[in-house]
Design a protein around this ligand. Structure first.
Ligand SMILES: Nc1ncnc2c1ncn2[C@@H]1O[C@H](COP(=O)(O)OP(=O)(O)OP(=O)(O)O)[C@@H](O)[C@H]1O
Ligand SMILES: [Mg+2]
Length: 253
């Protein structure tokens, strides 16, 4: 039985015995995870254990080949769906290393993302106000919003840009792969506060992948999962993070 099994609750995102390969190498090796609406999960694990691969498999990244198990959103398998269809179902991923896209303006990118997942036409004024408001809350330079997506953005600016996308897209399930990596102490606080605000506004199921407890000082995860060699080997509450910091991954398990 999984740590957060609750009887009678429909599961928002369910990973069942997932096995996946990259270039013929087995990376995910029988992974189980369930995330429900409003739940805040943290995934930790040593470098190379497969955390980013899991996030990519959920989003349908073409480089990750699922060879067994299933990924379900609200009880339906999404394995046959392209990444854009998965986004339309409300899945969102913040990339550990977001790519730079020259020639695609940030605002235009956001606009086409919203249009591609939404049913409604966008009210331009509301849309621009929302970007402005979110950029201010993230202490994100307004001029950056006018630039090409991620082009020449610093590491921290890329992370903030992705949080801004999350705020605008309002996903049902958000997977944030190291939202804290490369952030200075103030930026960590700002990013955490904004993630908290977005959670408060839109109540997604949230999975945050991180190596450090620092960002978690400002956030309140409920479930912690430890992944080693492509599977979850331990689950628990927030106290597990302290255990990992004290003992290291070798002693956990
Ligand atoms: N394109 C690729 N080609 C070959 N191997 C890959 C590729 N992408 C990932 N891998 C391998 O898959 C394994 C898992 O990588 P992954 O990026 O999922 O780890 P991670 O848990 O996210 O690590 P980190 O904490 O360093 O971000 C690693 O051994 C990595 O080298
Ligand atoms: Mg990673």
């Amino acid at each position: 039985m999984l740590y957060n099994d609750k009887i009678g609750v429909s599961v928002l995102l369910e990973i069942r015995d997932l096995k996946a390969e990259i270039g013929g190498k087995r990376i995910l090796d029988g992974l189980n995870l369930k995330i429900n609406t409003k739940e805040f999960h943290v995934l930790m694990g040593p470098n190379g254990s497969g955390k980013t691969t899991l996030a990519k498999a959920i989003m349908g990244h073409p480089g990750v080949k699922v060879v067994g198990g299933d990924i379900l959103v609200e009880g339906k398998s999404i394995l046959g769906l392209t990444p854009d269809k998965r986004a339309k179902l409300g899945l969102f991923m913040l990339f550990q290393n977001p790519s730079e896209i020259d020639g695609v303006g940030f605002v235009n990118f956001l606009r086409s993302s919203v249009e591609s997942i939404g049913e409604h036409t966008i009210n331009t004024k509301e849309f621009m106000d929302s970007i402005k408001n979110n950029a201010e809350q993230l202490k994100f330079d307004k001029n950056i919003v006018g630039r090409s997506l991620n082009k020449g953005f610093s590491g921290g600016e890329k992370k903030k840009a992705e949080i801004l996308q999350m705020a605008i897209l309002k996903p049902k399930i958000a997977i944030l792969d190291e939202p804290d990596s490369g952030l200075d102490v103030d930026a960590i606080k700002i990013v955490a506060a904004n993630i908290n605000r977005i959670i408060g506004e839109t109540a997604p199921g949230l999975l945050v992948i991180t190596h450090y407890s620092r960002i978690l000082e400002y956030m309140k995860p409920e479930y912690v999962h430890v992944m080693i060699n492509g599977k979850i080997i331990k689950e628990g509450g927030i106290s597990l993070i302290k255990e990992i910091e004290k003992a290291g991954y070798d002693k956990i398990g």
